[in-house]
Design a protein around this ligand. Structure first.
Ligand code: ZN
Length: 271
C-alpha cells in the first residue's frame, strides 16, 4: 500500500514535469510514465530511477513486442551467472517464441551453425559466445521500434526538448559479432566520450546498459547516442529537428508508433 502510494506520487511527478508525450511530437498529453530503456531489459526488472518519460498510452503500449525482443536479445551475451538469471532468460525466450515466426527467425539453421562455428575463432578467448541472428523481419521491426523510441528518449534526456514531428530519428544497430569484428563507429565513439548508465546510490547497471551521447549545438536541435546492452548489441541513434539531415531510408519521425511502420533495414555483418 505504502509502496503503491509512492509509485503513484512518482508517476504524478513525472507527468507534471513532462505534460506531453515525448514520442509523438509533443502535442498529445502524457497519460502514463514510460521507463526507457524498459524494465524488462534489466536483471530481475530491477532498474535504478532516471530516464522516465511522459508518454501517451498508445506510444507507451505500442512497443510491447519490440521491448520483449530487445530484452531477449540483450541476454545473449554473457550467459547469466545466477540461477535466477538463467530462469529469467528462459521465461523471456518462452514469451518471445510466442511471437509468430520469431523462433524460426532467431535460431540458426543447421548449415548456418557450421558457418557460425568457423567465425567463432575470432572470439575464442571468450568463455561464452552466443551469436545473434539479426537478419529476420521481426528483429528488424523490433529494433526499429526499440532503437527509435530510445533515440527520442535520449534526445529529451540530453537536450530537455521533445523532438517535433518535423524531426527525425535515425538508427543503426550492431550485433556483438560486429563489435568483435571491430566494425563499430570508432570516430563517433571518440567524439561521444565515456558512457554513462543509470545509477541510484550504490546501485548501478553499467554492465547491462551504458550510453554515450553528444549534443553538438547549444540549441539542442540535434543529438547523437551510442547505447550498448550487455555484450549483446549496440544501437547508434541520431535525432535531429531537421528531418532532411537524417537519411530517409534510415529514419522515422516522432509519432511513428501510431502509424504503419517503415522498418529501418538491419545492416548485417560487414564482409
Ligand atoms: Zn504519444
Amino acid at each position: 500500500m505504502g509502496e503503491a502510494k509512492r509509485r503513484e506520487t512518482f508517476s504524478q511527478r513525472i507527468r507534471r514535469e513532462q505534460p506531453f508525450c515525448i514520442f509523438c511530437g509533443g502535442a498529445t498529453p502524457s497519460e502514463t510514465v514510460e521507463h526507457y530503456p524498459p524494465r524488462s531489459i534489466f536483471d530481475g526488472k530491477h532498474r535504478p530511477q532516471g530516464m522516465e518519460f511522459g508518454a501517451c498510452r498508445e506510444c507507451n503500449e505500442a512497443s510491447r513486442e519490440a521491448d520483449l525482443v530487445a530484452a531477449t536479445l540483450s541476454r545473449m551475451m554473457p550467459n547469466p551467472k545466477t540461477s535466477a538469471g538463467r530462469a529469467e532468460v528462459k521465461r523471456l525466450l518462452h514469451s518471445a517464441f510466442r511471437i509468430s515466426g520469431f523462433k524460426d527467425e532467431f535460431l540458426p539453421e543447421r548449415n548456418q551453425v557450421a558457418a557460425l562455428n568457423r567465425l567463432q575463432g575470432i572470439a575464442s578467448q571468450l568463455p561464452s559466445w552466443n551469436f545473434l541472428r539479426i537478419g529476420g523481419p521481426i528483429v528488424a521491426r523490433s529494433m526499429t521500434i526499440f532503437g527509435s523510441k530510445l533515440g527520442l528518449a535520449l534526445h529529451t534526456a540530453t537536450t530537455g526538448r521533445i523532438l517535433l514531428t518535423s524531426g527525425a530519428v535515425a538508427i543503426q544497430w550492431y550485433s556483438n559479432l560486429q563489435a568483435y569484428q571491430d566494425a563499430l563507429p570508432k570516430e563517433f565513439l571518440a567524439m561521444c566520450g565515456p558512457g554513462r548508465t543509470l545509477r541510484q546510490g550504490n546501485f548501478e547497471v553499467g554492465e547491462q546498459f551504458s550510453v554515450a551521447s553528444v549534443v553538438p549545438d547549444e540549441d539542442g536541435s540535434m543529438s547523437a547516442h551510442f547505447a550498448t546492452f550487455r555484450q549483446s548489441f549496440a544501437v547508434l541513434m541520431f535525432a535531429t529537428e531537421k528531418a532532411e539531415e537524417a537519411h530517409r531510408g534510415w529514419s522515422v519521425s516522432p509519432g511513428f508508433l501510431k502509424r504503419p511502420l517503415t522498418v529501418i533495414p538491419v545492416q548485417l555483418t560487414p564482409s
